[in-house]
Design a binder for this molecule. Structure first.
Ligand SMILES: [Fe+2]
Length: 344
């Protein structure tokens, strides 16, 4: 073995040791093992399910189709035209201290995909007011390979985020990114929970590792210390674990992954959501088994930097005990037939 190979092997061992201290040995070993196995493969871990984002020739093929159809330039411009969407969660048991609490939700940024898109995200969030930022995964362009480009983009994004930022990882993210993201100031919730506020006025924010591809999410570890009756929010990259999360007792579920379809038919009808869940969970506000959720279509793009009939967004979620409450001196009414308000 050459000296360089030995050095690389030592670096790998050191990283695995550092991650096992941070996450526990089983989580670190399982995630790293699946990452190594999946590197540069076209198919998923069971070799029977197809994942478009892992198909190496997909970008060229889709780009050619869109150019032939005359939709390439328009789709690229769409992907760089961000919206801020306002959503409201009506939570009757919300502690009084959190009335009007605003959460900036960013997801599926794929920051090393298109610099113009990242700049558009930074411009969009710059004037926004919020109490907390949460990020629900997929920061890297590819599902394999180097992490440096994604880390560079995430560092610049962190500079543009005001205050605390909690995050979970998605199926595009390597667990090797964890130490650097934490050094930047992102608070990663790796099957963990954070208490916001204080004991008698608390909001419980939990987060799980990717449940779409790596399947290393652990709702028990994340939620066991949330007291019965406590108002809780779960961050998950994918909506696919909605049923388990609802029965675990979460009040709010925030996720992304679907991109809302990214390239949709007229009327916003997605061709694919790349998710094993009801299509009603593919984008925006939803309610399932008594739990409220929001699937953001995301701010970035995957495979090709194009969006059609599915604009990218950053989302501000406002928590309220409702039905009508005052936020910043403004009366906020909950509509009779909806818990979500969208402003485009
Ligand atoms: Fe994803």
């Amino acid at each position: 073995m050459t000296a360089r190979a030995r050095t690389l092997e030592n670096q790998d061992e050191l990283l695995e040791y550092r991650l096992s201290l941070r996450l526990g040995p089983v989580h670190a070993r399982q995630r790293l093992g699946i990452e190594r196995e999946a590197e540069a493969k076209v198919f998923g871990q069971d070799h029977s399910s197809f994942h478009l984002e892992n198909w190496a020739t997909a970008p060229g093929f889709i780009r050619s189709c869109l150019k032939l159809a005359g939709l390439w330039k328009r789709g690229q411009n769409n992907s760089r035209r961000l919206n801020t969407v306002h959503n409201r969660f009506h939570l009757p048991n919300l502690p009084a201290a959190f009335e009007g609490y605003r959460i900036l939700h960013l997801t599926d940024l794929h920051v090393d995909m298109d610099e113009a898109n990242l700049q558009a995200v930074l411009r969009e969030i710059e004037p926004l007011d919020y109490d907390l930022c949460v990020l629900t995964g997929d920061y890297r362009k590819l599902t394999w390979g180097p992490i440096e480009g994604a880390l560079d983009g995430m560092s610049r994004l962190r500079d543009g985020i005001k205050g605390e930022a909690y995050a979970v990882l998605g199926n595009h993210d390597s667990i090797r990114m964890v130490p650097a993201l934490e050094d930047m100031g992102y608070k990663l919730l790796m099957n963990e929970m954070a208490l916001l506020g204080c004991e008698d006025q608390a909001l419980y924010l939990a987060g799980v590792d990717d449940a779409h591809f790596f399947k290393v999410h652990n709702l028990h570890r994340a939620g066991d210390n949330i007291p019965a009756g406590g108002t809780s929010i779960l961050l998950s990259h994918t909506p696919e674990i909605w049923r388990e999360a609802a029965h675990a007792g979460y009040d709010v579920f925030l996720c992304g992954h679907t991109h809302g379809g990214q390239i949709c038919l007229p009327g916003g009808i997605p061709v694919t959501l790349d998710s094993d869940c009801p299509r009603s969970l593919g984008r925006g506000y939803w309610r399932m088994n008594g739990m409220q959720g929001y699937t953001s279509p995301g701010a970035g793009t995957s495979v090709v930097n194009v969006r059609l009939n599915c604009p990218p967004e950053v989302t501000i979620h406002t928590l309220t005990r409702g039905p009508d409450s005052f936020v910043d001196g403004r009366l906020m009414r909950v509509p009779a037939n909806a818990d979500a308000i969208e402003q485009r």
